[in-house]
Design a protein around this ligand. Structure first.
Ligand code: 5GP
Ligand code: ZN
Length: 118
């Protein structure tokens, strides 16, 4: 997807602070963090939103969960706790239409708008 900013990060065309990569997934620090740990975990394949998930992606998204669990431990938020967010569509405020998961930790969260509250 030539106009997708996350596809460009995945290809290396746009720089990022990469924290993890494998053949299915990349993870990098959010450019505008809302928590001490704010990592975006992104499947390499361009899936615009969770609405576009197909049955063939079930294993991939299980892998995403596995990577997030490992990253939470690596960043030492596995015991203090963390929040995982995916924004889907306008009401959620989705900005980048390449499926991604926010891994947020290092502070406590309320029950407002998860990626925005402070
Ligand atoms: P969402 O689509 O989940 O609402 O938000 C997209 C997220 O991607 C935002 O938290 C924003 O800060 C982050 N973001 C947008 N552009 C870039 C970028 O070029 N680099 C990085 N590292 N993060 C970005
Ligand atoms: Zn993309």
């Amino acid at each position: 997807m030539e106009d997708c900013i996350f596809c460009k990060i995945i290809s290396g065309e746009i720089p990022s602070e990469l924290v993890y990569k494998d053949e299915q997934v990349v993870a990098f620090n959010d450019i505008n963090p809302v928590a001490p740990v704010h990592i975006l975990v992104v499947p390499r394949v361009h899936i615009p939103t969770l609405n576009d998930m197909e049955e063939e992606h079930k294993e991939l998204l299980g892998h995403v969960a596995w990577v997030m669990k490992k990253l939470a431990r690596e960043h030492n938020i596995h015991e203090s706790g963390y929040r995982i967010v995916t924004n889907c569509g306008p009401d959620a405020g989705q900005v980048v239409f390449h499926l991604h998961f926010h891994l947020l930790g290092g502070r406590s969260f309320g029950y407002g708008r998860p990626a925005d509250d402070s």
